[in-house]
Design a protein around this ligand. Structure first.
Ligand code: 4AD
Length: 449
């Protein structure tokens, strides 16, 4: 059985069960052995107690002398009501029912000690799940992944898969990894790892109405920061017949939904976060869930930043991470929309009647969250053939005739967004470096295993 299944399971009291896991801590006393066992199913350990005579103790010295943090065990025993505080149940067993599955040399095991610095843990991706931090992050990731599918499924979105190998560079920012097969041209055209599933998702939405893709994304930007990865996961819904306010609300609701799911189903992990990663983080998450996000036109954001933060900023500038963070410090999660056309991607829909100082704006929005900055970027898509074609010519984007076709054959208003899944995990777990939110992080000069 899993430890998660038996903790708190009063109906299993007095049953004989088998548990498997790794030693978290243990104490060998004269006639009593305590093992705190963890199997990864929960942050919580189960206490195993074994009573023995002095004679038994010496007969089982090989077992008792080889118990260390990290040793793997199989234990059969009886689940009993715990007389101790802090746990409802514990397991009672005898030494002959404890089997060591895998031993450990405690002098070389990198995770032998209790609390380790996060930078140290990060340097052993293959052993990270042996730490509370590493396993907590992956359990919360799992919860958010499941919540993502639940959320979109409840709204009748169809989960589709878009290709990882592609012949286009969606954002046009030149941050693609090119795919080569030695000196052979496996594909006839230049081929890249995808930077976004958006364009393909759009083609599928235009026929299916509401779709979303959730997959890995690759960017070769040389951003050695705490919020960029070379390989990250993106959740990208694409919806037909949607307006900008509806789309922005969908993004807000989706973030809140994931947080609620984590608060409801990962209580032990959130308690750990609240205690050891970021004090008071539980309340921060509750506040995000309980309050509407601040809606702010880009022009208003520039005015505020100019007055309060940086008087050199001007209309037409992109917001820096520091400026984004400032807005969230003052207003909490903030949705900035109606960006200048000239700083945004070619596919974003022009606001025909919304010009600022004779400059065009687009129906684009970013959702900014405290300490991280941008977590979602999205827009209504340009559905007018002529304007889109003009935009593409302007930005020298070719090779996308198939994408233009979508505006030729029954074009409809549509839009979507991309949420950086690791940034969502940063937000929820409170970890301050994105490299700690994914099992095997990839970033410039680092691709371990
Ligand atoms: O704003 P971005 O670049 O948007 C797009 O790629 C759109 N095509 C998405 C769409 O509309 N379907 O990226 C979306 C999000 C960002 O807000 C950020 O959270 C995350 O992806 N992101 C990264 N996360 C980790 N590492 C990186 N290098 C990231 N680049 C973007």
């Amino acid at each position: 059985m899993l430890i998660k299944e038996v903790l708190g399971a009063k109906d299993l009291i007095n049953s004989e069960i088998e548990l498997n896991g790794w030693v978290a801590t243990h104490r060998v006393q004269t006639q009593l052995l305590f093992i705190s066992l963890n199997d990864g199913s929960s942050l919580n350990n189960i206490q195993i107690v074994s009573e023995y005579t002095k004679e038994e103790k010496s007969n089982y010295s090989e077992l008792l002398d080889n118990l260390y943090k990290g040793v793997s065990l199989q234990i059969k025993g009886k689940l009993i009501e715990s007389p101790g505080k802090g746990q409802a149940v514990e397991m009672k067993t005898t030494l002959d029912n404890i089997t060591i599955l895998g031993t450990i040399d405690p002098t070389s095991f990198p995770m032998a000690k209790g609390r380790l610095p996060v930078e140290y843990i990060r340097s052993f991706p293959h052993l990270r799940t042996r730490t509370n931090l590493g396993a907590m992050v992956l359990r919360i990731r799992n919860c958010c992944s499941f919540a993502t599918h639940k959320f979109f499924n409840e709204l009748h979105f169809l989960n589709i898969q878009t290709p990882l190998l592609t012949s286009n560079d969606c954002e046009g920012a030149g941050e693609t990894f090119e795919v080569k097969n030695g000196s052979n041209d496996f594909f006839e055209n230049n081929t890249f790892l995808t930077v976004s599933g958006q364009l393909h998702a759009e083609s599928l939405a235009l026929g299916m109405g509401r779709v979303y893709t959730f997959g890995p994304t690759f960017r070769a930007e040389n951003s050695n920061t705490t919020r960029h990865l070379a390989e990250f996961w993106m959740v990208e819904p694409e919806i037909c017949f949607v307006s900008l306010p509806e789309l922005m609300m969908l993004g807000e609701n989706y973030i809140k939904y994931c947080i609620k799911e984590v608060l409801n189903t990962c209580q032990a992990d959130i308690e750990f976060v609240n205690k050891f990663i970021k004090k008071g983080h539980y309340q921060v998450l509750k506040n995000i869930v309980d309050n509407p996000f601040k809606l702010m036109d880009y022009t208003e954001a520039i005015d505020i930043l100019k007055e309060k933060k940086d008087n050199t900023i001007k209309w037409g500038d992109d917001l820096s991470t520091e400026q984004e963070k400032y807005l969230t410090e003052v207003y909490g999660p903030t949705i900035v929309y109606n960006y200048p056309k000239k700083i945004k991607s070619f596919y974003m829909k022009e606001n025909v009647s919304h010009h600022v100082n004779n400059e065009k704006t687009v129906m684009a929005f970013d959702i900014l969250v405290p300490t991280i900055g941008e977590i979602i970027g999205g827009s209504i898509r340009e559905d007018n053939y002529d304007i889109l074609k003009h935009n593409m010519e302007d930005k020298k984007i070719d090779n996308l005739d198939w994408y233009l076709d979508l505006r030729k054959y029954g074009s409809v208003p549509h839009g979507g967004f991309g949420l950086g899944f690791e940034r969502l995990i940063m937000l929820i777990t409170g970890v301050s470096n994105i490299r700690d939110t994914i099992s095997y992080p990839r970033y410039p000069k680092y691709c371990f295993a």
